[in-house]
Design a protein. Structure first.
Length: 148
């Protein structure tokens, strides 16, 4: 069963999760709220939400490799988006490699700029898309209890 926890600042748990996908901590972690997802008490995924330069930002989405392809990333971004908009965000921004744009577009993100293969994107409450089902076989999905 997937459970979630919100924590503030740069944490050892977050650092360990990011290292599994070759990511690291940065200057924004100290002012971020971190969402950590657990599968049976094991941390399997995390992402950051912070406010900077007049907008909320989602950053450092990661899922342990052995849990990828099980819609954990989908759950992670949905919870981050809902939290950001519940905090009265007028827009939520993120930066991501060009090859991941399609992942973000299905939630309503649009590309606002592209610099050296990195896309700046944003979503607003008016463009947000949160479809309720993935449309895939749930028999092996650790997220199946929350998907329906």
């Amino acid at each position: 069963m997937i459970k979630s926890s919100w924590k503030f600042g740069a944490l050892d748990e977050v650092k360990a999760l990011r290292e599994t996908v070759n990511d690291s901590l940065d200057v924004f972690d100290e002012k971020s709220i971190q969402l950590i997802l657990y599968n049976n008490e094991e941390p399997v995924s995390c992402g950051s939400l912070y406010f900077d330069s007049g907008a909320y930002h989602i950053a450092h989405l990661c899922v342990k490799p052995e849990f990828q392809g099980q819609y954990i990333g989908d759950l992670l971004i949905r919870v981050l988006l809902v939290k950001g908009f519940n905090m009265q965000a007028e827009r939520i921004c993120c930066s991501s490699p060009k090859n991941t744009v399609k992942f973000f577009e299905k939630y309503g993100f649009t590309v606002t700029a592209e610099i050296d293969g990195c896309c700046k994107m944003e979503v607003t409450p008016q463009t947000l898309i949160l479809n309720s089902k993935c449309g895939h076989d749930c028999s092996q999905c650790v997220n199946k209890d929350f998907c329906h």
